[in-house]
Write a protein that binds this ligand. Sequence first.
Ligand code: ADP
Ligand code: MG
Length: 682
Amino acid sequence: MDINTPIQYIKGIGPKRAKKFNSLGIYTLYDCIYYFPRQYEDKSRFKKINEVENEEKISISGVIIGFESRKVKENINISKIKVKDNTGIIDLVFFNQSYILGKFNVKDEIVAYGKIKIEFGTRQMISPQIELKDKENSIGNITPIYSLKNSITNNEVSNLIKLALDNIDHIQEYLPENVINENKLCSIDFAIRNIHFPQNRNSLKIALYRLVFEEFLILQLGLFYLKSGSLNKNGISIRKSPKLYDIINNLPFSLTKAQMNALEDILNDMESKTVMNRLVQGDVGSGKTVVALLALANCALNGYQGAMMAPTEILAEQHFNSLNEILSKFGIKVDLLVGSLTKKEKEDVLNKIENGYIDILVGTHALIEENVKFKNLALVITDEQHRFGVTQRNKLSTKGENPDVLVMTATPIPRTLALILYGDLDVSIIDELPPGRQKIDTFAVPKEKRDIAYGFVKKQVKLGRQVYIVCPLVEESEAIQAKAATELLVELKENYFSNLRLGLLHGKMKPSEKDEVMKQFKNGDIDILVSTTVVEVGVNVPNATLMIVEDAERFGLAQLHQLRGRVGRGEHKSYCILIYGSKTEIALQRMKIMEQTTDGFKISEQDLKLRGPGEFFGTRQHGIPELKIANIFKHMDILKKAQKQSRLIIMEDPNLTFEKNKKLKQYILNKFKDKLDNISLN
Ligand code: ADP
Ligand code: MG
């Protein structure tokens, strides 16, 4: 059968059962055989009965020599099967499962797998699996354990995969022969068959190595093509304008050393003939905006246009205002393009940008719309880049002829992940906060003690400060989030803060309404802003000194850190209170990390460990296929090898046109199907 055949055509499956498996994301034979086990139960290790050790999980084989069954309490019945080999005796112990005894007879030869308990010299195996020896045994094998859903059993999945594999003669290799040989990889056919039905431990190891290596390799190559829109290409050389230093001297503050270094990196890149492809990483509040501002100014001073894209309208507007305030004095024209402009306003901006009247355009996704045409775009900046997909970023670049690219993120990316995501991006790190910043004191408070937190809110407001209260994260739906925020507002207003001025902010409000609320909050006309996570990125209101997050354990740590970064932006002492509802071990652990750590890098490293890379960022947003089998912590060494290999391939055959790379190319294109659509790989 062809590997892309839907599973319903497998003999013995049919449409009804096929549908059930669809819920696991299994549609075709291909999905089937690439549905990798989550873990394994190793029942292949046998020991003699007198060699078993306390607490270990092991298999034994022997002969049944007797049975025992007795009631120990009203509801508890203990049954034992006594088994002997030529070294000793062991009791297989079952609780309330006396029926098992009826399945076996004295003198039966059996195999059993389970956990050993040795007490007072008596060897026991507790609730083991037991099988007759000559039957087709699962004991003796390594059993894969799959992720399951909708009452599908592990056996069903395993059987389906077996059927699928029986229907495929030989899985076609797609890695080039030299890659296989040089990295000592097994064939894909061997790897797939052994990842599901390992012959032994060693063959499983070999299979796993191949699949992990391949997954990293494909990811690296795929990412290379996603990014290659602006890689190693010749671009415009933009010199450092002497006037830039006038602007720097005119800033209301002096730049930190880290900001200076990042700016220096950027200016050097802009001056070079190759296209800049740089990531600026800096913790919340480290002052990335002004670095972007200066890069854009340098671009404008050289007569070119620059663009800066932000994920929310609130943020775009804020950037526009700060850029405009500083740069208009120097004759640099900054403008704003967001979805909420009237048709006429929009047309006006579009005209000005096309004829070159505007030097710097700040905006949201509106910037990448079809009708936006620049005269001579030479620098594109994406702020809070983790909020955008790779393709969106690339689209902005296509508005110019190989413009320089700068991406900024306040979600510090752990080194491990950065290595994957930005393997070929240059990175500048702003690892210093502007002077005078105070530590934000963070407290985790259980839900029952909410009142204390709200009492503190009143105190802050009395002092003239302002407060954010972020509503619980319900799910990734703006509408439901909006409802949650609205309900929280009503509750707070009725029960706690009837005398205070409350405002509401959520993603479902009209842009003009959002603006109005933000303006009121900035002007101090609102004491407490009840909000969804739309305030997460970038918002800057220095008089706000208290951030309260409801049901904080539901948020990712990096996100909590971002939210916390909304306060502590002015001269006043600031606080963050995390109200938590769940008291599971992991929830408490997360709260503790937030209380004890202020370093965004450390926090995201922890976050990544707790949640795994998939969830950490929502790979969806990155346009990156999820890692199915590779684990960036466990398989770091393989990642490095795969990365090296991917570089070799790219150096030798950048467009994968060589005959030997043809299948590999096809495979990558398939994997990155939707994501590579606006990139030509010729
Ligand atoms: P982020 O890196 O989180 O985007 P911003 O660029 O919004 O941070 O900067 C946060 C605040 O710090 C802003 O109010 C900005 O004006 C201020 N700021 C930036 N750089 C400095 C500096 N060198 N000295 C003092 N304040 C600064
Ligand atoms: Mg910012």
